[in-house]
Design a protein around this ligand. Structure first.
Ligand code: BYC
Length: 306
């Protein structure tokens, strides 16, 4: 066991990657499965808020873009479940944990999408926050996770661009369209800041995950990066970010901003957000609807093996 730890620590210290067959401490394996599974669940549950707008997209072009984006999220979920399987996790078991409420997914997907402007704002802010959080994860110490993240980030950039382009189009439209965009920004801004997790002083996992080079920055560092990145984008779009405390701080070289409602984040994480019950019910239904496909695939595999 001593040697196992030495090899592992040495690999981490040399900034090299841990691969599936490499020895690793049990706690590292557990942490990786936890983070990758939660991330995979977020991608799959994340299909729902925007998926609801596919049949109601205003034009064929918007529908095609949205379809492609939502399908990409399904793909991300699959790469990530595969990465979790390289650590010995079982995908069926992970899905069971999700639909029984025993494993988390991102708080952001527990808010409703009220108008088509939400599709644009999710692309701009939610995918923007996702990119901010996930680009450093491309250098995460666990090989299969870091490699999955490279492809995911490329696709997320397309998602962000489509959201921003949709919002630019709406902002060039009518007063009603501009109001829809502003209203969506008002509703999604604070939940987007919460995607980065609790503040550093209240984040039980950050210190160990940074030491293992799973996480490369703390939650607050990435949140700050996201705010700094979003402010000029909001200006060119012509929308107001709903935070009276938001201002440039010359001394820090960053924007100061207000405090998110951390009690709200706790409520949403613990299952008590506006859409938690609806999201899980829908996911459970989809899983049950797919039972015949899994049975057929298993029967086919048995037939081929015999
Ligand atoms: N929502 O010690 P902490 C996407 C949990 S997909 C819910 O800071 P950690 C996209 C946290 O898991 C977005 N739970 O934890 C998809 C921990 O619980 P446990 C998902 C949250 O892991 C489709 C506890 O609170 N992205 O972007 O060091 C369409 C304490 O937190 C949240 C990822 O999953 C939250 N917001 O850091 C569009 C990225 N925040 O497990 C977009 C990968 C915290 O101890 N994950 N919790 O019971 C990460 O980077 C990290 O896991 C986090 C949290 C920064 C999220």
């Amino acid at each position: 066991m001593g040697d196992v730890m030495l090899d592992f620590e040495d690999t981490i210290a040399r900034d090299q990657r841990i691969e599936p067959r490499d020895p690793m401490p049990e706690a590292y394996r557990k942490t990786m499965i936890r983070q990758i599974a939660q991330h995979a669940h977020s991608e799959i549950i994340g299909m729902q808020p925007e998926g609801e707008w596919i049949t109601r997209a205003p034009t064929l072009r918007r529908k095609a873009i949205l379809l492609a984006k939502v399908q990409d999220e399904a793909g991300h979920g699959l790469y990530l479940y595969s990465a979790a399987e390289t650590l010995g996790a079982d995908r069926g078991d992970l899905t069971t944990r999700l639909i029984e409420g025993r494993q988390k997914y991102s708080s952001i997907f527990n808010y409703p999408t009220l108008t088509f402007a939400d599709v644009g704002v999710i692309g701009w802010l939610v995918d923007g926050a996702a990119i901010c959080n996930q680009v450093p994860l491309c250098r995460s110490s666990y090989g299969p996770y870091g490699r999955a993240m490279i492809r995911i980030c490329k696709e997320e950039s397309f998602h962000q661009r489509q959201g921003y382009e949709l919002l630019m189009t709406m902002m060039r439209g009518t007063d009603v369209q501009r109001e829809m965009v502003q209203d969506a920004v008002n509703r999604w801004w604070w939940p987007s800041l919460m995607m980065f997790g609790p503040p550093d002083g209240d984040s039980p996992n950050t210190a160990q995950s940074m030491a293992w080079k799973i996480k490369r920055h703390t939650n607050d560092e990435l949140r700050q990066r996201f705010v700094d990145m979003s402010v000029p984008q909001a200006v060119s779009l012509g929308v107001t970010l709903p935070d009276p405390a938001l201002r440039w701080n010359e001394e820090r070289g960053h924007h100061d901003f207000g405090t998110p409602d951390w009690d709200e984040l706790k409520r949403v994480i613990s299952g008590d957000g506006p859409m938690n019950a609806a999201r899980i019910t829908r996911r459970r239904q989809a899983h049950e609807d797919g039972a015949w496909v899994r049975a057929a695939a298993a029967a086919h595999a048995r037939k081929k093996a015999s």
